[in-house]
Ligand binder design. Structure first.
Ligand code: FDP
Length: 331
């Protein structure tokens, strides 16, 4: 639904307005968000032609997490790294695709921020031309880059995602609500479509890889079973295999996405720093929440840059119920 009070506000204009409302702001974070928009335009442009340019399929390599690397994973990573290397206020970039942080070519000298990214989330969807995304988190450098990376998610200054679907979306928060922009390809600008987007308190969408149901830890299984059994009305299952696309639906319609701990994978699958924490920040800013089942995601103390955690995100009603399932079964 388009917010009718907003007319043709570009990302740039919106950021300038936000900055004007806060005279103490240096405008540097604005440059980082703007650059996310530039990256979104580049990636979205190439993605439209990926199948024609031989950019789909596997590279034959595996990444630091032992996952098969898609050609577009590599391409998207290079676009982010190159694009942010020119933004001198970004001292380092952490990527799902790279074992170690990349220190910017200015040697992080002027660096005020670290940018953490999952360049292409759900990349296997590209083989079949379905929606994928990019996730980002921005942190202000404190004592050192290493110390900054190991801070809790509460320390993020901005976070969001790009979603490449029928249209390209940029959704972000800088701690003042969640704002949603759609790329108008005719003029090459992201246009504001929702200011301060709020997630329904309770929803009807359930998003999880049900094929893993038997492997989930009992609290997650109990939660899922009780949700589909309850009398409040049926939940619709929606799972695309791309977290960004699944969360995008939940932001609008409410409900829950979860990728829980499993017997053989007690740490879960999703990565804390560049998947879970940024989306948790976004969900909380939209009035929802995110949890491991045992604690709020934004309070998890990172131990390493590629750390995984069990993850659930969505409307406050379903997140509360998910946490109660863990509390009750693990008492
Ligand atoms: P992918 O590995 O394809 O990047 O980021 C992890 C992620 O996708 C999420 O986007 C997605 O929700 C999930 O993993 C899919 O995992 P399964 O194939 O195990 O369901």
């Amino acid at each position: 639904m388009v917010d009718s009070t907003v007319k043709n506000v570009t990302l740039n204009r919106f950021l300038v307005q936000c900055q004007d409302r806060c005279p103490a702001a240096s405008g540097e974070l604005t440059r980082v968000i703007e650059q996310m928009g530039v990256v979104g335009k580049i990636i979205s442009g190439y993605m439209r032609r990926a199948a024609l340019e031989g950019l789909v399929g596997l590279t034959g390599r595996t990444n630091v997490q032992d996952e098969k690397v898609q050609k577009f994973d590599e391409f998207g990573n290079a676009v982010f790294v190159e694009s942010f290397d020119y933004v001198d206020i970004v001292g380092a970039i952490v990527s799902e695709e790279l074992e170690n942080p990349v220190i910017s070519s200015s040697q992080g000298r002027y660096g005020k921020y670290v940018v953490l990214i999952d360049p292409i989330d759900g990349s296997s969807n590209l083989d079949v031309d379905c929606s994928v995304g990019s996730i980002f988190s921005v942190r202000r450098i404190t004592d050192s880059i290493e110390a900054t990376l190991l801070q809790r998610g509460t320390e993020q200054v901005a976070a969001g995602y790009l979603m490449y679907g029928p249209s390209t979306h940029l959704v972000y928060t800088a701690g003042d609500g969640v704002h949603l922009f759609v790329l108008d390809e005719r003029i090459g600008e992201f246009i504001l479509v929702h200011r301060d987007l709020r997630m329904p308190v309770q929803g009807k969408l359930l998003s999880a890889n049900w094929g893993n149901h038997a492997k989930w830890f009992p609290p997650a299984r109990g939660f899922a079973d009780s949700l589909i059994a309850q009398e409040e009305g049926p939940y619709s299952l929606r799972y695309s295999g791309a977290l960004v696309a699944d969360l995008h639906q939940i932001l609008h319609r409410g409900g829950i996405y979860f990728y829980p701990d499993e017997q053989k994978r007690p740490q879960g699958k999703l990565r804390l720093l560049y998947e879970c924490a940024p989306l948790a920040f976004l969900a909380e800013q939209a009035g929802g929440g995110a949890t491991t089942g045992r604690m709020r995601v934004l309070d998890v103390q990172p131990e390493g840059i590629h750390q995984r955690i069990p993850f659930a995100i969505g409307s406050s009603y379903e997140i509360g119920k998910y946490e109660r399932a863990y509390r009750d079964l693990e008492k």
